[in-house]
Design a protein around this ligand. Sequence first.
Ligand code: URA
Length: 429
Amino acid sequence: MIEPFAAVEIIAAKRDRNELTDPQIDWIIDAYTRGVVADEQMSALLMAILLNGMNSREISRWTNAMINSGERMDWSKLDRKTADKHSTGGVGDKITLPLAPLVAACGGAVPQLSGRGLGHTGGTLDKLESIPGWRASLTNDEMLKVLQDTGAVICAAGAGLAPADKKLYALRDVTATVEAIPLIASSIMSKKIAEGTSALVLDVKTGSGAFMSDPAKASELARTMVQLGRDAGVKTRALVTAMDVPLGLTAGNALEVRESVEVLAGGGPSDVVELTILLAREMIDAAGIVGKDPADALKDGSAMDHWRRMISAQGGDPDAALPVAREQHVVKAANSGIITTMDAMKVGVSAWRLGAGRSKQGEKVQAGAGIELHAKPGDYITAGSPLMTLHTDEAPRFERALEILEGAVTIVEGGTVNRLPLVLERIEG
Ligand code: URA
């Protein structure tokens, strides 16, 4: 086959700040997926994009080319409207777990393809895998059946979905090119659009524990993704939400499942409940479902019923005891006062060092590991009272987990809390 372009000319065009044409973008993504464009050439192009950017037409075309590299899922056989949520990830962000069955209880269908955690942020699949028997890998037919029967499915994306992104993401990870907004937006949206949902709500996190810590950058990412969704005919909206402090009172796999079940039972920490309900309202509204209030579905137990059915449909036992780590260490407050700050990033890294996360692809995570918070910013705490409990199966991990927590929490007598509001911005296409 004679290739219509030379990769080096496309790299030079972006290096010299020129716009890439639609055919150039289609070809480079396809040729890279086929193995015709080498990693070193794509690395150079990615760096040129990171430095010189892309305009909205280029980002939209790049996203489309990534979608076209694989299959597009189709839920037209369902008799419910589809709605999904994507979070850019953070510490203690377990919202998907109560949210998917909650939206199902309100009459939506949630086809949620999720990932595993890497680094300090947790992964939804790792969390759910702490439920005995639950399995993340489903065929497309199995996915459809679970969706039809229970209204929600959370599973791993198959190899056929946006394969160009899988190759590109792995390359970006080792070439310091993850941080480019056009590349992040196209990576996330190519998978969400290929997943076939007709409505999508993006939860773009900002603050120390988010990977877009600057609110202005988080807003730019949110706007770029909303526009990509619109271009593809998906009803997309975004909330920019706080991740300066961990969400809820737990960070870790089984610990977060336990907290999610508390929310589904009508309890749980107020920030988790509030964000779950806000996102559920956005999802059902974007999907065009009327006359349902998610707050009622939490109260009347129907969201919990959908959770139990969803977990059972994927082999899990919703009544089984969750794994508990073998070792615990309680961190006590050094002085009395108001907790004024709690660094989400430090708490996330600490949970990761305890074994809740992995440092390279394929590593096994500890189901019971993580951190349980006993107080949060705004609470008054007395010297010597428990501030947090660290959980791990391997006691030698405590030392490094405690090291990163140095200075993570500030307690000031008569202090005032300085933290981000739960929702900073709402963007609707
Ligand atoms: N998540 C993704 O799927 N892609 C990115 O580029 C960043 C976060």
